[in-house]
Ligand binder design. Structure first.
Ligand SMILES: *Cc1c(COP(=O)(O)O)cnc(C)c1O
Length: 841
């Protein structure tokens, strides 16, 4: 410990640094500082920047003189210092020039939204949650990520629900002076400001930054007085405005975002696109490479795409952003021709399934795929769904070869675990964030050390905390809508801390089926108000202002919650956000989720209850389809996809599970009033799932399976004046031009003992024999995986060649089909980068 005399003085700047750091969690264990400065404001906003920006200088100076305040600040500063100095996972992996840090200098992570804290409301939901949690985990692990996003002046809309039960969308302004952001400075110390060209006008962009430990989130906004009003509104509303506005936003994020990164002096090996919104960054990265290395766009794209990763989040084609060709032409014709040096039609083709169809809209996910060195989905099931919806980009390739892998999402445990539960684990484990980086053995080890009573007490306490939050939230909402003190008092008093408490919160969109529980309102009412085994249900969620159907579903819940007979058994919490989510996932006993399979790509909210001892009852979709086991939660659905007519069957199953399993299990107590069967499930759920569905695991997986290999390939392709990228570009052009000349002349099978000898004779035309791979392909069948067995070049003469191989297999000859694909030599990703294929029949 540094002696007091040598420690730097504590000033407003010290507090500002703390307020800015989004990696610090302000929980009941360390928020005394902000309480001391302005408790009311702190409780209302949970925003340290806000508290700091409003405290009068005199009051702050007086506080800073107090020993108590000094001690608090020092404690926080030291804890943060210790976190930053702790050796990280990334820094300790590999060694010498094969160390991870040697292989990967920086990942640029692009996302339309980020959910980091309530102090920075620039998020809507799931996508922002994934981005925010991954950024925090990358900071914990030391994986070098710089994030890029948008500073939304109004964020996502705020929800108010009037006495009529209808949702009202409100757009309060985010005041930059009271957010944990600061202007981004260029190398000369001036606030970064630069222009990009949209048709007819220059648009000025301004750079900001937020801090997450040692990592940064760079943000852009267009609210610059030099811009015409329409341009100032580009960064106004997240997911607001029409299609053209969306295009402008995506141009700013993709093209502006990449320029911002470079203007801040940052180079990246890997570009990670969190969904397709930022896909224009692929073009801008190539453009910048072109200009720097003096190569053509084609060579630049082949060099840079090796370092691009596209994560798709959409399970249905309708979910992709698409723009009419005329709109794209208006915005990108000049950019294509003057900056990229390619015809507009070539650019448009990158966003099309059928590259020659001039009417097909431009699809951002296709652009992202055609500009990526790897593509992944966000759960195992979503991987399968995605291979299906992207299949037409790889015509005639087998479905299982569509080049989309998966990394299942995870959540940042320290963000979502309750301070109380964490403190309990801390006592046992002696580390600040006990779940993080723990291997399976140590989670089990911790669980083995505690008895049922210990676990159940955490649960009881958490439920109590949640209910007191719900009461105060409810009181405030009711007061705003004009309820009397008596009504407010009554509403809060009906909730009961010993009741089984269910939580259901998500976007109100038809595919999420938020009303599945309401299919039989009377049955639900009976379940909730059971005399001996009552249940209470907390509901929250917004419906997009343009989604009428979603708003109707929301009204249904309002009407149900307003029924006098179920008063106190259902509470709708208006304005679902990170704060409400945190309280709910920490306190509920069971988290419900009932999407229509396979529409939930992953889902993350159910993962947030795990470390808090909550259990999941969920449709077998997204992450739950791979997490579920009978002893750790409950599942709705039969693991198959169905039409909406099947909803009634799912609802029936949901009611029965609740009535026959969940409720009895919760209320079945031993002599000490502990539900032992329930606690057993809690143990299984924590042991099997907490670590596996953490963002730590996700980010380690992204690093090892994608970032490191992509960085390696990118560096190879750039080396020696882009030698490899140029060679690839030539080969790809030539294969594309002459592929139609390829033909199978003959294929012979000859059996000798238990071996098959196969010889293929091909007409090559102008294609060189080494440029292709001739394979025998067999589809997967039962337990047998699909195989592609490559033949060796035997003889080549003129435009003909023979290839030969020997095959030992139990499978019949009829299972195999011969095919020709581009040779993966040179590190070309096939079929991602070149989806050519020729089948023998
Ligand atoms: C976790 C979270 C989400 C994402 O939840 P899903 O499981 O994808 O529905 C959305 N909004 C908030 C506020 C969250 O905390």
């Amino acid at each position: 410990m540094t002696p007091a005399s040598e420690r730097p003085a504590i000033t407003r700047e010290t507090l500002r640094q703390l307020a800015f750091d989004q990696s610090i969690r302000w929980t009941s264990q360390n928020d005394d500082l902000w309480q001391l400065i302005d408790n009311d404001l702190w409780q209302l906003t949970r925003n340290p920047s806000m508290v700091l920006s409003t405290v009068p200088e005199q009051k702050l100076q007086a506080l800073l003189q107090r020993a108590e305040c000094h001690r608090l600040v020092e404690g926080i500063v030291e804890a943060q210092q210790a976190r930053l100095e702790r050796p990280t996972w990334f820094a300790s992996q590999g060694h010498g020039d094969r160390s991870y840090s040697e292989q990967l200098a920086r990942v640029a992570y692009f996302s339309m939204e980020y959910m980091l804290s309530e102090a920075l409301p620039i998020y809507s939901g799931g996508l922002g949650n994934v981005a925010g949690d991954q950024l925090k985990a990358a900071n914990d692990l030391g994986v070098p990520i710089t994030a890029v996003g948008m500073l939304w002046q109004h964020g996502y809309f705020r929800q108010s629900i009037g006495p009529d039960g209808r949702q009202q969308a409100l757009y309060p302004v985010n005041d930059t002076r009271q957010m944990p952001i600061e202007p981004l400075l260029d190398t000369s110390g001036t606030a970064l400001r630069f222009a990009i060209q949209l048709p007819g006008v220059q648009i000025w962009l301004r750079g900001w930054q937020a801090r997450v430990g040692r990592h940064r989130l760079l943000l852009l906004d267009t609210n610059d007085p030099a811009n015409p009003p329409i341009a100032r509104l580009i960064t106004s509303e997240l997911y607001g405005g029409d299609n053209e506005m969306r295009l402008r936003q995506e141009l700013v994020l993709g093209i502006g975002g990449w320029r911002l990164l470079e203007a801040a002096g940052l180079q990246a090996d890997v570009l990670h696109l969190n969904d397709g919104h930022a896909a224009f960054a692929v073009l801008e990265r190539a453009r910048s490479y072109m200009a720097r290395e003096r190569v053509s766009f084609d060579v630049a794209l082949h060099a840079t795409r090796a370092g691009n990763l596209f994560t798709t989040h959409t399970p249905v084609e309708a979910g992709f952003d698409r723009f009419p060709p005329e709109l794209l032409s208006k915005y990108l014709e000049r950019y294509a021709e003057y900056e990229l040096g390619i015809p507009l039609q070539s650019l448009l083709a990158m966003g099309r399934k059928h590259v020659h169809d001039p009417h097909e809209p431009f699809n951002m996910a296709y652009l992202a795929t055609r500009g990526a060195g790897a593509v992944n989905a966000v759960s195992q099931l979503h991987g399968r769904t995605s291979r299906y919806i992207f299949r037409e980009l790889y015509p005639r390739w087998p479905l299982e070869s569509v080049p989309i892998g998966h990394v299942t999402n995870g959540i940042h445990l320290p963000t979502w675990v309750s301070p109380d539960a964490e403190a309990h684990w801390y006592e046992l484990h002696g580390d600040e964030i006990p779940w993080r980086g723990t291997d399976q053995a140590s989670v089990d080890d911790l669980l083995a050390q505690v008895d049922d009573r210990w676990l159940w007490q955490i649960r009881q306490h958490a439920r109590g905390e949640l209910l007191s939050f719900v009461r105060s939230h409810l009181a405030r909402s009711l007061a705003v809508h004009g309820a009397s003190p008596a009504e407010i008092e009554f509403a809060g008093s009906r909730l009961h801390p010993q009741r089984l408490t269910l939580g259901f919160a998500r976007r109100f969109a038809a595919y999420k089926r938020p009303n599945l529980l309401l299919q039989d309102p009377e049955r639900l009412a009976r379940l909730l108000t059971h005399r001996d085994y009552p249940v209470q249900l907390l509901v929250a969620g917004k419906a997009h202002p343009a989604d009428r159907a979603g708003q109707a579903l929301l009204s249904e819940w309002q009407q149900f919650a307003a029924r006098p007979d179920i008063a106190g058994h259902v509470v709708f919490l208006e304005d679902y956000d990170m704060r409400i989510a945190r309280h709910m996932v920490q306190g509920v006993d069971v988290w419900l989720n009932t999407p229509r399979r396979p529409w939930e790509a992953s889902g993350t909210s159910g993962m947030k209850v795990l470390a808090n001892g909550g259990l999941n009852l969920s449709q077998l979709d997204g992450w739950w389809a791979e997490a579920y086991a009978a002893d750790l939660g409950w599942a709705v659905g039969d693991g198959l996809e169905h039409e909406p007519e099947h909803d009634a069957a799912d609802a029936e199953q949901l009611y029965r599970l609740l009535e026959e399993q969940v409720v009895p299990c919760f209320y079945q107590r031993d002599q000490q009033d502990i539900p032992t069967a329930w606690v057993k499930r809690m143990r299984r759920s924590m042991s099997a799932l907490v670590e596996r569905f953490s963002a730590d695991r996700t980010v380690r997986e992204y690093t090892e399976r994608y970032y490191l290999p992509l960085s390696g390939r990118y560096r190879q392709r750039c080396a020696d004046g882009s030698a490899l990228a140029s060679e690839m570009s030539r080969r790809i052009t030539s294969l594309r031009s002459y592929w139609h000349e390829l033909a199978f002349e003959q294929l012979e099978w000859r059996r000798e003992g238990d071996a098959q000898h196969i010889e293929a004779r091909l007409h090559l035309g102008r294609i060189e024999p080494e440029r292709i791979a001739v394979q025998l392909f067999a589809e997967s069948q039962g337990a047998e995986p699909a195989t592609a067995h490559t033949l060796q070049l035997q003889h080549h003469e003129g435009s003909y060649a023979t290839y030969r191989t020997e095959l030992r297999t139990q499978r019949p000859e009829a299972d195999y089909t011969a095919r020709v694909v581009p040779s993966p030599a040179l590190g070309l990703a096939v079929p991602l980068e070149l989806p050519l294929i020729l089948w023998q029949r």
